[in-house]
Design a binder for this molecule. Structure first.
Ligand code: NI
Length: 179
């Protein structure tokens, strides 16, 4: 389904937009969201401070910035689900992810803090996802760039997103020969 390329920005391919998911696809996507914190934690395990400060590709974010970006992104995702479930097709806000990666706390915050944040956030988010009905996954939000977007689409997007950033780190480790 995803086209794998040699583009270091997209180690697992780009996100292919889907409008709705089957029950089986939804279950797989929720499992991927559930597994994401442990997979990301394993991907960064044992890295040195210098390795955390290495860009995952030339001109790209450092591993440290990626580690802080994933919970930033998934907190926005969680809020999109909550807004989508409690309001009638609400307009949601995008956020300037490049600037969020440079706000004053990012350089000084231990990566462990963001890993713990990701654990707790996903624990709560997955409780929500597993409790949602198919009708609730069909609810929509208004995304300024994507237009009307179902929560199924959001689920598929964020299942991809966790794997996408984990692969940035694992592919860097592979290229650099880091054990
Ligand atoms: Ni991202």
């Amino acid at each position: 389904m995803h086209t794998v390329t040699n583009d270091p920005r997209y180690p697992i391919g780009r996100f292919n937009r889907v409008t709705s998911l089957t029950a089986a696809e939804r279950a797989t996507s929720i499992d991927q969201v559930a597994a994401a914190p442990a997979h990301f934690r394993r991907a960064v395990m044992g890295l040195t401070p210098a390795q955390f400060d290495t860009p995952y590709r030339e001109g790209g974010w450092t591993v440290r910035q990626v580690a802080h970006h994933v919970p930033d992104s998934h907190m926005n995702a969680y809020l999109r689900f909550k807004f989508g479930l409690t309001e009638d097709s609400p307009a949601i806000k995008t956020y300037e992810e490049k600037d969020w990666a440079k706000t004053p706390e990012v350089a000084a915050t231990p990566v462990d803090v963001s890993l713990a944040l990701l654990d707790a956030l996903h624990a709560r988010w997955v409780m929500l996802l597993r409790a949602m009905t198919p009708q609730q996954f069909a609810r929509t939000i208004q995304h300024p760039e994507m237009g009307p977007t179902s929560l199924d689409t959001m689920l598929a997007l964020y299942a991809w997103h966790g794997r996408h950033h984990t692969a940035h780190v694992t592919s860097l480790r592979e290229r650099m020969g880091w054990r």
